[in-house]
Design a protein around this ligand. Structure first.
Ligand code: HEM
Length: 439
C-alpha cells in the first residue's frame, strides 16, 4: 500500500496502528498482509468500503479444502456467494430454525449435566474443555445432519484435520509460486485426502437421508433443508451435492469450536473473578427458582450473564482476525491499498468496537445460533473450584497459537453439584438452552 502522495511504490505495505500510521509490515513468505488495528481504518474497511473488501483471500490449501471456493466461508464475493449466504440466513440460521433445535440442545445439555455429575470431581478435576467439545459436537452433528451416526467420530476427526490445515501457516500457502515447495509439500496431498474422506462419509449420510425422506420424514436437520432446496430447483445457480457438502462442513467448522471455546473462556474468567461468578450464579439461580412456571421469554432477564459473555468475547474473541482481500485498488485514509492485497482486521486490538462477529457483508451469520449454545446450565447446577490450591488470580490464561484464540491448557475444575437443580433439571435445561444473547 502506498500513500496517495507516493504512488511510485505501490507495494510498500503499512499497518494502521491505533494512534498513528506506523510502518509495520507483516510478511509471511510471499504473502504481505496489511493489519488494521485502528478503529477508523477498520470502519473504512468493514463499512464505508465493505463491498471492496467483501471477499476473503483463499490459500492453496483452502482452495483444495473448499473444493475450489464452494460453500460459504471461502467463496469469492459474487452472485454464487450471495445465493449461498441468502440460503444460510433465510433458511438455515434464522431465529425460528435455531429455536426449533431447542429440544436437541435440551437433551444434550442434560447429557452434559449427567456426565459431569457422574464424575468423581471432588478428588479429580473435570476437564471442562473435553466436556464442552463433546457437547458442542453432539449438538452440531444433530442440528446439521439430524442425528448421531456410527461414523461420526471419523467425520469429526477429519473435520478437525480440515480446520487445522485450513488455519495453519503451511509452507505451500506462504510460497504459493515456488515450484520446489509445490513439489515437496505434503499439505496439498493431505488436504485432498482429508476432503475425499469427508466427502465419502457425507455421501453415506446423504444416502441415508434420502431413504428417510422417501419414507415421508420432513425437515429435521440443516442437511434436510438443503436437500429440499436442491430438489425444488428454483435457484439461479442450481444447488448441487458439491455445494451442499462444503456448506455443511463450513457451518460445522465455523460453529462448533467457536461456541465451545467461548464457553470455556467464560468459565475461566468467572472462576478467576469470584465476585462476578457469585453475581452471575445468583442471577441464574434466582431466575430459575421454582422453574416449572418460568417461560423461555424470561431468560432475557439474564442481563448480567449477557454482559459476562459479551466481555468474554471482547477479551477472547473466537476469531480475532477478520480476513479480507482488496477487490479493487482503493484509498483508505489517504493510503492506496492495491487490488489483491490481503487485509487482516485485528478485532482484538480494536477494543471499544464490538467486532466479535465481524462486520459488513461477510459478518458471521451464525450469531444467534452460536450464542444459543452458550448456556448457563453449568452455573445453575454446579459450584466451580480451581484445583491444586491455585488462587483465582493465578489461573493460567495463556492462549494457544493459531487463527482462533483457544486456551493453551484445557480448563480443569472441580464441580460441586448443587441440590437446587435436581428437581427441575429437565425444565431448566430446556429453558436455558434458549438463552439468546442480545446486543
Ligand atoms: C461464539 C460464536 C461465534 C463467533 C465469535 C463467530 C465469529 C465469526 C467471525 C468473526 C466471522 C468473520 C466475519 C467477518 O469476516 O466479518 C465469522 C464468519 C462466519 N461464521 Fe461465525 N462465529 C460464531 C459462531 C458461528 C456459528 C454457530 C455458525 C454457524 C453454524 C457460524 C458461521 C459462520 C460463517 C458461515 C461465516 C462466514 C460468513 C461469510 O463469509 O459470508 N459462526 N464468524
Amino acid at each position: 500500500m502506498a500513500s496517495s502522495h507516493n504512488r511510485k511504490h505501490p507495494q510498500s505495505y503499512v499497518v494502521f496502528a491505533s494512534s498513528s500510521f506506523e510502518k509495520i509490515i507483516i510478511t509471511l513468505g510471499e504473502i504481505r498482509a496489511i493489519v488494521i488495528t485502528s478503529p477508523e481504518a477498520a470502519r473504512e474497511i468493514t463499512k464505508a468500503h465493505d463491498i471492496t473488501f467483501a471477499t476473503r483471500n483463499i490459500s492453496t490449501t483452502n482452495y483444495i479444502l473448499s473444493r475450489g471456493g464452494r460453500g460459504l466461508i471461502f467463496s469469492p464475493y459474487g452472485e454464487y456467494w450471495r445465493q449461498m449466504r441468502k440460503i444460510c440466513i433465510i433458511e438455515l440460521l434464522n431465529l425460528k430454525r435455531v429455536q426449533s433445535f431447542g429440544i436437541i440442545r435440551e437433551q444434550e445439555i442434560n447429557n452434559l449435566i449427567r456426565s459431569i455429575s457422574s464424575l468423581p470431581s471432588i478428588n479429580e478435576p473435570i476437564n471442562l474443555k473435553d466436556q464442552l467439545d463433546v457437547l458442542m459436537n453432539d449438538i452440531t452433528v444433530r442440528t446439521m445432519i439430524g442425528r448421531k451416526y456410527s461414523g461420526q467420530d471419523v467425520y469429526l476427526k477429519e473435520l478437525k484435520k480440515l480446520t487445522e490445515l485450513s488455519a495453519g501457516f503451511n509452507l505451500i500457502d506462504l510460497f504459493p509460486s515456488s515450484r520446489t515447495v509445490n513439489m515437496l509439500s505434503r499439505v496439498p496431498r493431505e488436504a485432498k485426502r482429508t476432503i475425499e474422506a469427508i466427502t465419502e462419509i457425507m455421501d453415506g449420510i446423504i444416502e441415508e437421508h434420502m431413504v428417510r425422506k422417501a419414507s415421508g420424514e420432513g425437515d429435521v436437520s440443516l442437511l434436510d433443508v438443503l436437500l429440499r432446496i436442491k430438489e425444488e430447483d428454483a435457484l439461479q445457480f442450481p444447488l448441487t451435492m458439491d455445494d451442499i457438502k462444503p456448506t455443511i462442513s463450513d457451518l460445522f467448522a465455523a460453529g462448533s469450536e467457536t461456541a465451545s471455546t467461548t464457553v470455556e473462556w467464560a468459565m475461566a474468567e468467572l472462576v478467576r473473578n469470584p465476585r462476578v461468578m457469585k453475581q452471575a450464579q445468583s442471577e441464574v439461580r434466582d431466575l430459575l427458582k421454582g422453574c416449572t412456571s418460568i417461560k423461555n421469554l424470561d431468560l432475557v432477564k439474564l442481563n448480567y450473564l449477557h454482559l459476562v459473555i459479551k466481555e468474554t468475547l471482547r477479551l477472547h474473541p473466537a476469531a480475532p482476525l477478520l480476513m479480507r482481500q482488496c477487490r479493487k485498488t482503493c484509498c483508505i485514509l489517504g493510503y492506496d491499498i492495491p487490488e489483491g492485497a490481503t487485509v487482516l482486521v485485528n478485532a482484538w486490538a480494536i477494543d471499544f468496537e464490538f467486532l466479535r462477529f465481524g462486520s459488513g457483508r461477510r459478518m458471521c451469520p451464525g450469531m444467534s445460533f452460536g450464542l444459543a449454545n452458550v448456556e448457563p446450565s453449568l452455573l445453575y447446577h454446579f459450584d466451580w473450584k480451581i484445583p491444586n490450591d491455585i488462587t483465582p488470580a493465578e489461573l493460567d490464561v495463556s492462549e494457544a497459537f493459531g487463527i482462533s484464540v483457544k486456551r493453551k491448557a484445557p480448563l480443569c475444575l472441580h464441580a460441586v453439584q448443587q441440590g437446587i437443580g435436581a428437581l427441575c433439571q429437565k425444565e431448566s435445561s430446556s429453558m436455558l438452552a434458549f438463552c439468546t444473547i442480545r446486543f
